[in-house]
Write a protein that binds this ligand. Sequence first.
Ligand SMILES: [Zn+2]
Length: 132
Amino acid sequence: MSESRDPNQITNRRSKFIEAASRGKILANKCAKCNHSNLETVYFCEKCSSDVFTTVEYAGLGDVVTFTIQSVAPEGFTDAGLYAWVVFKVDDAPFKVSGFLKDTHTPSDLPIGSKVQVTGFDEKHGLLLERV
Ligand SMILES: [Zn+2]
């Protein structure tokens, strides 16, 4: 599958990513040349610069690497209370992604290395997570 940069294709990739997230999965691009798995948003392989990818799906599960607790809820999340922007390393994948985890009040609520699971995707804020 050859990728081009036309807007429709980008929209398709985004909607596929969102569809996968709604099933609790993370979509990624596996390089057809060197097998390196790249984030879905990457257009050229980080290792060999090829732009030929196949789609792979990872369980949207990973370990918290770092996070920031926000005391002001963003628009659309005013009912969420305190939340954290979490960066987590996806299990079995060579990359990290970030997402939104609600009900995180203090750093002790979320020790580094905690397991989080993708539960969905918010149009404005991105991946939604929950602790597992
Ligand atoms: Zn490659």
